[in-house]
Write a protein that binds this ligand. Sequence first.
Ligand code: SF4
Ligand code: SF4
Length: 219
Amino acid sequence: MILSNPTGDKRMPFTKEEQGEFLRRVAEIQDGSGKSFVLAVYELLDRLEREAISESDPCFACHRGCGLCCSQLVSCTQIEWREIRDYLLSLDQQTRYWIQRHLADFAGVWSRYIAKHPNIVQTPSDYARVLRHWVGKPCPFLGDEGECIIYPVRPIECRTCYSTQLCTAPVGSEGVVIYPFAFQKIASTVLIDRQIQGQGGRPPVLCSPLLAWLEISPI
Ligand code: SF4
Ligand code: SF4
């Protein structure tokens, strides 16, 4: 029973004005804290989620160590990946060493998968098939005790998923309740816009699985 972002509705569930207001608040956070754009977006998203959740008052079952939702393929934009890398590289040497050894187990996993399934990610329906292939396989950042080892910089996909009862499957549990928080969609949109701007308006690789980033830009 995952309370998650949007609705499958392809229309923008928010107005340009709301997006402008979101960006204004992101800039305010950046001015006040010196945070990067991505981290300021995360901070605002977390704040808005907390407010919305406390208003609607659902009782979530999610807790540290409950990582069933982390056993699937998670993707992020390149600008989010840079934050993850910077975060990991900023950790103390001993922790970094442990994480590098942990990640070594995942080295080559994505390229072997792509070699076995050439041309699999050409269309959105292919991507749905890829997601199905990875259900039940752990995210590379899932720690030994079911915790997220990059929790402060986990990607936006991981920040918009809640459940009111313990999930019994990584995805597609029965009785899914959707909270259509428009600001979650705004947050994804502004990150993708920023990614496009950073690539000079060229058609970008917007999002890739964490496993793919790990191979493109190892830690
Ligand atoms: S969404 Fe489900 S699997 Fe993930 S932390 Fe919450 S209860 Fe656990
Ligand atoms: S990045 Fe963290 S929260 Fe997201 S799927 Fe991986 S372990 Fe779970």
